[in-house]
Design a protein around this ligand. Structure first.
Ligand code: IMP
Length: 427
């Protein structure tokens, strides 16, 4: 059975978790393929909210095997804490498998993240300060420690000694910070964390391929989103991995021919956290209304998200970048409060030129003007809708506009935070 990829089409926080959760019901394996605990998914089950950072959403179903793929960066303490939190709330985490090839987030990664941001001053990226970028940098520089190193004390210590020499020089001589104690780190990772993580470590590539060969359902769950992709996002205001669907192959160990469906998650409006260009950003009362009704504060960091109107230029380009087969629209109910809505259908460049797709040159993107189509709102509360016919006409038209403008069908529409609050909208 071919695999399905779920990918965010904007700057993250599209509500991927709730659709991963919905689709996980039919899945045998749910695999995270990139990112780390910079991600935050909130899933509401029977009125109870579960905030997940590292563990794939599939964990909430007892028949699903949650997998942390090789493309993820893992802070073992955070992972174990999350498992303990889930266990305390009656969720069995014993099926979780973590790739031995995934890289570890180490204490110096947090320090370097913090100090790099501080040194960038007003050019800072607004990272989550979880050590994500520095961990991926070390991976690319081939000085990273991997999850499997926790199982070999000699290798772990050797690698740590080498890398810490450089990190401590950087921390003390450049950043004027105290050097870190290698022995303390080794003791903590090897003696405290490794024995608890060891039963979860496994050959995830083998596991995924066996599942695919046996005709089982595999879902690859992206964290962050298309425009936070290190290659295709609004660089440098991006994360350090590849959330795009192509990253799902690399981060899980399968080839593109194994994927048959790519679901793009699109919030009915747009938000972003941290710095960077945002053509349809709004301020003032409209912003407050979107943030308040949409509860647009980071799951992890509590930061207020920057809100804006739906941007179809971004979305069209995201469809291309990810080979999106169908879309899931989230949080349509948040727009119910507006009499009219704005949807960006194109950009006008600094010379008056029209862009239907993202301009490749970042400095153009910083200076574009969004060209809006104004569409009627629906006023009614959508929360109870479960069928297409129950959506007000204007809400249906809004969703149809998205499908028409992007050329891909919309399969689901979220109308509330609960597990059952969605409408199937397939043609
Ligand atoms: P980092 O991933 O912590 O390095 O942060 C880089 C950029 O990605 C910052 O602008 C963050 O706000 C953003 N970012 C990282 N993870 C998420 C996420 O899960 N949702 C939304 N934005 C994110």
């Amino acid at each position: 059975m071919p695999a399905t990829v779920l990918v965010g089409t904007q700057w993250g926080d599209e509500g991927k978790g709730r659709f991963t959760d919905l689709l996980a019901k039919e899945m045998d394996l749910v695999v995270r393929y990139q990112g780390g605990h910079n991600a935050g998914h909130t899933i509401v089950v029977d009125g109870e909210a579960f905030a997940l950072q590292l563990v794939p959403s599939g964990v909430l179903y007892s028949h699903t095997v949650p997998v942390i793929g090789n493309g993820v960066v893992v802070d073992p303490a955070v992972l174990l804490e999350e498992c303990a939190m889930l266990e305390a709330r009656g969720i069995d985490t014993s099926r979780l498998v973590v790739s031995g090839n995934a890289h570890l987030i180490m204490p110096y990664h947090y320090e370097v993240d913090l100090m790099t941001e501080r040194f960038l001053g007003h050019n800072k990226l607004g990272t989550t300060k979880r050590g994500i970028g520095p961990a991926y940098s070390d991976k690319a520089a081939r000085i990273g420690l991997r999850v499997q190193d926790l199982l070999d004390e000699k290798i772990f210590r050797q690698k740590l000694e080498v890398v810490l020499r450089e990190k401590n020089a950087l921390l003390s001589r450049v950043y004027n910070r105290l050097p870190l104690d290698g022995e303390e780190i080794a003791e903590r990772y090897l003696k405290e964390l490794a024995p608890r993580l060891a039963p979860m470590i496994g050959d995830t590539v083998g596991l995924i391929h066996e599942a695919l060969a046996a005709g089982r359902q595999v879902m690859l769950e992206g964290a962050q989103a298309t425009y936070l992709d290190v290659d295709h996002g609004t660089y440098p205001f991006v994360t350090s991995s590849n959330p795009v669907a192509g990253g799902a192959c690399v981060g899980s160990g399968i080839g593109p021919r194994e994927i048959s469906r790519v679901i793009g998650i699109v919030k009915a409006y747009v938000t972003r956290v941290g710095s960077g260009p945002f053509p349809t950003e709004v301020e003032g009362e409209t912003a407050d209304r979107l943030v308040d009704r949409g509860h647009e504060y980071g799951t992890n960091t509590g930061r207020r998200r920057r809100p804006g109107w739906l941007d179809l230029v971004m979305l069209r380009h995201a469809v291309r970048l990810n080979s999106i087969s169908d879309l899931a629209v989230t949080k349509l109910d948040v727009l119910s409060q507006f009499e009219t809505l704005k949807v960006c259908v194109a950009y006008e460049g600094p010379e008056g030129e029209r862009y239907e797709h993202m301009p490749y040159h970042q400095s153009v993107l910083h200076r574009v003007r969004p060209l809006y189509e104004e569409v009627p709102g629906w006023g009614d509360d959508l929360a109870g809708a479960t069928k297409l016919e129950e959506l007000p006409k204007a809400a249906r038209s809004y969703v149809e506009l998205i499908a028409d403008q992007t050329g891909v069908p919309v399969s689901y529409v979220g109308v509330g935070p609960g597990r059952e609050q969605y409408v199937t909208f397939s043609a």
